[in-house]
Design a protein around this ligand. Structure first.
Ligand code: SF4
Ligand code: SF4
Length: 243
């Protein structure tokens, strides 16, 4: 495919994603997002095949973090990244919180941390109980942090994202990199909001991936990054995780 066609295809994908994000923000503001939760459940089993399309295309709180992140990038012309040595371990925090949540001690341990639920509860289900001041404070703080670091809540604390992340480990379709044409510029790594080292993968099968397709969008070499069927079995020699 020629360069122009490639670029306009990637732009269309990003526009479609933005449209989807804005639509769900509008649905949230209109108080009907909660009614769609059952429909959105379809995204969960879909993660088994296609990975996580919830965080990067639907979740209003993810969108808000992305928005404040964009403001931060414009203001400071720079994004701070979690050092890889820390990211390697810190990325599992949300899964740990998810386990705590499902073994039922969440009420005592996670009420402040799992602010997402409370935040959404207030805005989506307006007849429900009000969110605690602490939870809203936490949500606000993470929006502030995301001015400097991309999607901090999604990356480390969101148990909803952890759920999709676990299911997407088996994904059959994902971001793929052509090692032969890659020039190792690492633009994909810089663009990835989930701190995945895309340039070190030949296929991304990291549970952190939110299918935002930003890595594909910024790659300067045509047909080097794309979304497609991953190779199975995942052999020891295959580079998959990027973290
Ligand atoms: S942006 Fe493209 S060319 Fe650059 S390192 Fe990533 S895959 Fe390779
Ligand atoms: S690997 Fe690519 S598609 Fe996945 S989160 Fe990172 S930038 Fe988005």
């Amino acid at each position: 495919m020629d360069k122009k066609k490639n670029e306009s295809k990637h732009k269309r994908v990003q526009l479609a994603r933005l449209g989807s994000q804005l639509l769900f923000i509008a649905l949230l503001a209109g108080g009907i997002y909660m009614n769609l939760r059952m429909v959105l459940l379809i995204l969960l089993p879909a993660s088994l095949l296609f990975g996580n399309f919830f965080c990067g295309w639907v979740c209003p709180y993810g969108t808000l973090q992305e928005l404040t992140g964009t403001i931060g990038r414009k203001l400071f012309k720079k994004r701070w990244k979690m050092p890889r040595a820390i990211q390697k371990y810190l990325q599992y925090l949300r899964y740990f919180l998810f386990v705590i949540l499902i073994i039922g001690i969440a009420d005592t341990l996670l009420t402040p941390v799992n602010a997402y639920g409370t935040f959404m509860g207030q805005f989506m289900n307006q007849s429900g109980r009000a969110a605690s001041v602490l939870s809203l404070w936490i949500m606000g703080s993470f929006l502030l942090i995301s001015v400097f670091f991309e999607r901090p809540f999604c990356n480390y604390l969101c148990t909803e994202a952890a759920k999709y992340g676990v299911l997407s480990m088996t994904r059959l379709f994902s971001v793929k990199r052509n090692e032969d044409s890659c020039i190792s510029c690492r633009k994909c790594d810089k663009a990835c909001p989930m701190n995945i080292e895309v340039s070190a993968c030949d296929q991304v099968r990291n549970g952190q991936c939110i299918n935002c397709m930003k890595c594909i969008h910024v790659c300067p070499v045509d047909d080097t990054l794309g979304f497609g069927k991953v190779k199975w079995p995942v052999g020891k020699n295959r580079k998959n995780k990027g973290a």
